[in-house]
Ligand binder design. Structure first.
Ligand SMILES: Nc1ncnc2c1ncn2[C@@H]1O[C@H](COP(=O)(O)OP(=O)(O)OP(=O)(O)O)[C@@H](O)[C@H]1O
Ligand SMILES: [Mg+2]
Length: 235
């Protein structure tokens, strides 16, 4: 089947997200409607505070909209209870957070292995995949170190390995190359391209990185929580 003929992996319909900051209401997303096609590199760009992280959190099912509907991998997220959402996320979505969110008491190896424990993968397969993933991001030698013994770029690579290791349908990444020098950034991008080609994984990035933007199949520009422009081959 042609990719273009496949249903979108993400569908947002009139989505708003407001935050209450004291007496002030902040409208982080404002009546956003968009579709993201499967199997591609989609990039969300926009100034600081425009709503990129808020958008990824909704797509990643770690936050819910104040209004509107979010559908991910053909699942209407609002129809799932909390346990079902956690399970859905564990099986389908890899998330690379802007702040990494590594578990400080676990080694790099254990951080990468963790998502495979969550989905109940047997030990030998888990170990094989974890080691292969650490190797792929160039951290085999640092496997036993804890996050506080790693540089910013190394922590970022652990976060990337943790998101990719379970081979999810959808990978969300908030500024995944922000802390990497351009050579490491390029090698991480080519790793993600390889994963995309092998497994038809959908990648959605929020970024300011021109190098990453130049790899985008689709670009969604947002301003003040609204869609300003969508450029892409499928539009
Ligand atoms: N928990 C929160 N409480 C109140 N306001 C929030 C909260 N999180 C985000 N906001 C506000 O919502 C808006 C969008 O924030 P968001 O983090 O989504 O922006 P961003 O595009 O990711 O920015 P950056 O490029 O700096 O990461 C901003 O005005 C921000 O101050
Ligand atoms: Mg952000």
């Amino acid at each position: 089947m042609q990719l273009e003929a496949m249903p979108p992996v993400v569908r947002l319909t009139h989505v708003s997200r407001t935050y209450q900051a004291g007496a002030l209401e902040v409208r982080a997303l404002d009546d956003l409607t968009l579709e993201i096609p499967p199997g591609r590199f989609s990039v969300v760009i926009g100034a600081s505070g425009s709503g990129k992280t808020t958008l990824l959190n909704l797509i990643g099912c770690i936050d819910a909209p104040s209004a509107g509907a979010v559908e991910v991998c053909q699942q209407k997220v609002a129809e799932l209870d909390d346990d079902a959402v956690a399970d859905f996320r564990a099986r389908n979505i890899g998330f690379i957070f802007q702040t990494f969110s590594l578990i400080p008491v676990l080694s790099a190896y254990e951080n990468v292995e963790y998502p495979l424990l969550l989905v109940g993968m047997p030990g030998p397969e888990r170990r094989r995949r974890t080691l292969a993933m650490l190797e792929a991001v160039g951290l085999a030698a640092q496997a036993q170190r804890r996050p506080n013994e790693l540089s910013g770029g190394q922590k970022q690579r652990v976060a990337i390995a943790r998101a990719l290791v379970k081979q999810p349908q959808l990978v969300l990444a908030d500024e995944p190359t922000a802390n990497l020098d351009s050579a490491t950034g390029a090698s991480i991008i080519s790793l993600m391209r390889r994963v995309q080609a092998d497994s038809h994984t959908t990648f959605i990035f929020a970024t300011h990185d021109p190098q990453l933007m130049s790899h985008a199949d689709e670009i969604f520009a947002i301003r003040d929580g609204a869609l300003l422009e969508h450029r892409g081959s499928a539009s």
